[in-house]
Design a protein. Structure first.
Length: 212
């Protein structure tokens, strides 16, 4: 789960004509959406282990918020409570079961990740410094765009974002080990008022703090 969280570390919407492809939608989103909040369901599938033909899948759910250019939070509520909070300089990962907080430098940790694509980018030119971007054929009633990291030494292989109308509907994240994470968003709100306190993480009393 930790690998998925780091890879994830994690969407977006804006009105656009129906003929626009995913790349055009991403460009408009970067210009028009300064923040958003939504609920999400995440399904992570992993390749079968040696000698086992069954595909392994894990489902989780929670809520997501972001404010450009560099603040966001993922709050996982099921099946376990976990929080990922980026305050602009520090990335906080909290595991409630372990009562453990991992603290990382935000800029060094994010790099070419979905969070950069969603919450940090300001225009396509800036994103292209980290990603190869391309429009994909429409499918499932959605307009799709794909982002592949320019640096090939990380775990992340590709990010695909599917848009429906003014909402980001699906985010698909694939890593080099064959693991795929699909996040489906609902109850999307564009440019809501989000208090700055939402991105200020307070270490729970008694929690262990790790600084790798």
């Amino acid at each position: 789960m930790k690998t998925v969280l780091i890879a994830l570390i994690a969407a977006l919407s804006w009105p656009l004509a129906a003929w626009a492809n995913g790349l055009q939608q991403l460009e408009v989103f970067l210009k028009d959406i300064q923040g958003a909040r939504a609920s999400f369901t995440q399904v992570v599938t992993s390749p079968p282990k040696a000698g086992d033909k069954a595909v392994r899948a894990k489902t989780s759910s929670g809520s997501f918020e972001f404010v450009r250019p560099d603040r966001f939070r993922f709050d996982y509520t099921k099946p376990f409570v976990q929080n990922i909070v980026a305050d602009g300089s520090t990335l906080w990962l909290y595991d409630a079961d372990l009562n453990q907080v991992t603290v990382r430098n935000q800029k060094e940790t994010l790099g070419a990740t979905p969070a950069t694509l969603i919450a940090a980018g300001s225009d396509l030119k800036t994103l292209r410094e980290s990603f190869d971007l391309s429009a994909l054929p429409n499918r499932d009633g959605l307009a799709w765009v794909e982002a592949r990291p320019r640096q090939k030494d990380g775990q992340l292989q590709s990010i695909k974002a599917g848009f429906k109308g003014s909402d980001l509907a699906v985010l698909e994240i694939a890593d080099g080990l064959g693991q795929v994470s699909v996040m489906t968003f609902s109850a999307w709100q564009s440019n809501p008022r989000i208090a700055a306190e939402r991105f200020r993480f307070q270490v729970p009393v008694g929690a262990d703090v790790l600084r790798p």
